[in-house]
Design a protein around this ligand. Structure first.
Ligand code: GLA
Length: 367
């Protein structure tokens, strides 16, 4: 215990001597991280030290999703979300709310009437309005930006056949923004989605944002999640994506950055890897070989050089997690793998990728 305490103290002292990501990115963009409950309730001193040293924006990994914050029709679970916002306020951070309307992590009752049949348009819109008003107004003035609608698009750029679309119709997206704006007219409102590096989906997102804007919907930014792999998307695709999104006339935000270095799987592989603990699908359980570590560092450096180039429109880069130990990619799309997607290793030490990001951030900001 005493040894662990001193080891922890040592790491915290070491962290406070590190060059800081948010300082290096000053004048370019905010640098954020998605936090879990152990982090914002300060159960891990090392992770808290990293967060305070390197990040000036935070996103809640799960505690504001509908199923957590509003699990039953008349029951809100405010405590974790309150503590998340308190942590951000105490540390003077740009606090993001995530998210209001999504097809996942939303309880079934939301889409059902009392008879268990699909809800009517009117009922679902009323539920959406009440939910958004309750959550957004509770944190009015303390949350600076909300992911209002998450992942409304299919890969081909058309609107996803979610219960929101099926029950409400296409205007559910605009309605969500309208309700959020009613609840807090000063907070920034965002549309957030993944795989926007792929042309068809990006064209769909661009069309959606244009429609919203021409209808007068108050959208402040488009969030591109950027859950990416080692070679896919290419740097050209990343650059092109930020160029095209940057031409929309609103801010651009990289909202959920991580780099999955493990072999990509198809659905049937997932099952066998889980059952057999496959080394083919989990090759670095014993540690990351130097050449792979170096390749990851290069990938991160290249990426941040592109981000720096787009700093006139790119206003925030948020990582989906803090250290490799707590990344969702250890358990998705296959459970129980050992992944290395972030800048800090399992002990919270900066990886070579951290150094390359710092180097890339030294380039002068584009104004
Ligand atoms: C999506 C969501 C996030 C998170 C990630 C993976 O990108 O927007 O909230 O669930 O998936 O964990």
């Amino acid at each position: 215990m005493t040894n662990r305490f001193f080891a922890g103290l040592l790491v915290v002292t070491v962290v406070s001597a590190q060059p800081s990501l948010k300082e290096a990115a000053k004048g370019k963009f905010l640098v954020g991280a998605a936090l879990n409950e152990a982090q914002f309730t300060e159960r891990s001193a090392v992770e808290v030290a990293i967060i305070q040293r390197h990040f000036n924006s935070i996103t809640p990994e799960n505690v504001m999703k509908w199923e957590v914050i509003h699990p039953e029709p008349e029951q809100y679970n405010w405590t974790p979300a309150d503590r998340y916002v308190d942590f951000g306020t105490r540390n003077h951070m740009f606090v993001i709310g995530h998210n209001l309307v999504w097809h996942q992590q939303t309880p079934k009752w939301v889409f059902e009437g009392d008879d268990g049949q699909p809800a009517s348009r009117q009922l679902l819109l009323e539920r959406m309005r009440r939910h958004i008003h309750a959550v957004v107004s509770r944190y009015k003035g303390r949350i600076q930006g909300w992911d209002v609608v998450n992942e409304a698009l299919n890969e081909d750029g058309t609107l996803r056949q979610s219960p929101w679309l099926q029950i409400v119709g296409e205007d559910y997206v605009a309605k969500a923004f309208e309700f959020a704006h009613e609840a807090d007219s000063t907070v920034e409102l965002y549309y957030n989605d993944y795989s926007l590096e792929s042309g068809a989906k990006r064209r769909g997102a661009i069309e959606l944002v244009r429609k919203l804007r021409s209808a007068g919907v108050p959208i402040a930014a488009i969030g591109t999640q950027t859950h990416i792999h080692m070679t896919n998307p290419t740097l050209e695709q990343m650059d092109q994506t930020l160029t095209e999104l940057g031409q929309l006339g609103i801010q651009v935000m990289v909202t959920e950055l991580d780099i999955d270095i493990l072999p990509q799987v198809n659905h049937s592989d997932q099952v066998s890897a889980h059952l057999e603990g496959s080394t083919t699908l989990n090759p670095y359980a014993g540690g990351l070989p130097d050449d792979v570590q170096a390749a990851l560092a290069k990938r991160y450096g290249d990426l941040f050089a592109i981000f720096a180039k787009h700093s006139r429109t790119l206003k925030r880069v948020t990582f989906w997690g803090v250290t490799d130990a707590n990344s969702w990619l250890n358990d998705w799309p296959v459970r129980g793998r050992t992944n290395y997607p972030l800048l800090f290793d399992r002990e919270g030490k900066p990886k070579p990728a951290f150094e390359s990001v710092m180097q890339a951030l030294k380039a002068p900001a584009k104004k």
